[in-house]
Design a protein around this ligand. Structure first.
Ligand SMILES: NC(=O)c1ccc[n+]([C@@H]2O[C@H](COP(=O)([O-])OP(=O)(O)OC[C@H]3O[C@@H](n4cnc5c(N)ncnc54)[C@H](OP(=O)(O)O)[C@@H]3O)[C@@H](O)[C@H]2O)c1
Length: 293
């Protein structure tokens, strides 16, 4: 589920490359060409019957929850449909947070964090997945490198407007999330549990990201991390609910340093079977493809 999104398209790429037979649940199937071994099926998280049809006969299922007023109900519906279909493994891409292992610890953590932040619906869906009994794997990715791709015009003009703040946040490449999800879906021997997905730099500040871009483009790139200017900039690039949620996350980054611990990097590396990609390399690849302003 979510195969047209930033994470989901990387999950499809990784599964297709491994020759897995994949059903991709989409709201509107496309007439265009698809990846090898991928079949699109129509469905909507809000339409339970469509989920049941899409999940029938499926061994392992992957899903995300959209930024939506009904995020929790939509996620719950997917979990229930997957369990009713008898999937052997359920994989959910949640969000980066403390790696809490015990059931009681997680319940307390989710209640407390859900009370003070906007992450409540996602953490409650994650709780359902953890308790599901379907050999669950929860992926906990940090801030995506690919969020920068919303701002290619600004980057060409020498401005980095992603309000990552001055304290720093861990960031990860969506291709690594796709590779990790594919492993979880195909390797049923992989221990079920929650896996942080982090990049190799413990934390990157807004000015540090701007510097990486400046070096890759070979010209000045100034950090412009004003949250209100960011909100205005993304007004027509992001649905309003997603914009509100992201704005709150960036507000959090301005107050708290969100750095990955060495043990989290080790767990990501073990899951991938290699170190995760570095921000500097991602930016260099993307900058090489960017036309000048
Ligand atoms: N961006 C970050 O830095 C970050 C970091 C950590 C976690 N996350 C979380 O990662 C998750 C996925 O993010 P993403 O960037 O991959 O999302 P995305 O690019 O917005 O993609 C969401 C996907 O879900 C599909 N979808 C939405 N509503 C649906 C519905 N009712 N029924 C069926 N499909 C539906 C969309 O399909 P359509 O193509 O039809 O719209 C799209 O394919 C989100 O929960 C986000 O909070 C994001």
């Amino acid at each position: 589920m979510g195969g047209r999104g930033r994470i989901g398209r990387e999950v499809l790429r990784a599964l297709s490359a491994k020759g897995a037979r994949v059903r991709s649940l989409v709201r509107t199937p496309s007439p265009g060409s698809l990846l090898p071994h991928v079949q699109e099926v129509p469905g909507d998280l809000a339409d339970r019957a469509s989920l049941q049809r899409a999940l029938s006969g499926v061994d392992a299922a992957f899903f995300v929850t959209p930024h939506h007023a009904d995020e929790e109900a939509l996620g719950r519906s997917f979990v229930e449909a997957a369990l009713a279909a008898g999937v052997r493994r359920l994989v959910f891409a949640s969000a980066y947070h403390a790696d809490v292992r015990s059931s009681l610890g997680y319940a307390l953590f989710a209640a407390a964090v859900g009370f003070v932040t906007h992450y409540g619906p996602k953490l409650r869906v994650e709780g359902l997945v953890r308790r599901s009994g379907a050999s669950p794997v929860v992926l906990m990715p940090s801030n995506f490198f690919q969020n920068d791709e919303l701002f290619l015009n600004e980057l060409r003009a020498g401005r980095y407007p992603q309000p990552l703040g001055l304290r720093g946040a861990n960031r990860v490449d969506c291709r690594d999330i796709g590779d990790a999800a594919a492993r979880a879906l195909l390797d049923l021997e992989l221990a079920s549990g929650a896996y942080p997905l982090v990049g190799p730099d413990p934390a990157l500040t807004g000015p540090e990201c701007a510097d990486v871009w400046a070096q890759a483009l070979g010209r000045a790139v100034a950090y412009d991390g004003d949250l209100d200017r960011w909100r205005a900039l993304v007004a027509d690039r992001m649905p309003s609910r997603e914009r509100d949620d992201f704005g709150k996350t960036y507000g959090l980054f301005s107050r708290v340093r969100v750095a990955a611990k060495p043990a989290e990097l080790a767990r990501t590396t073990a899951l991938l079977g290699r170190p995760p990609r570095a921000y500097r390399d991602y930016v260099a690849e993307l900058a090489a493809r960017l036309e000048p302003a």
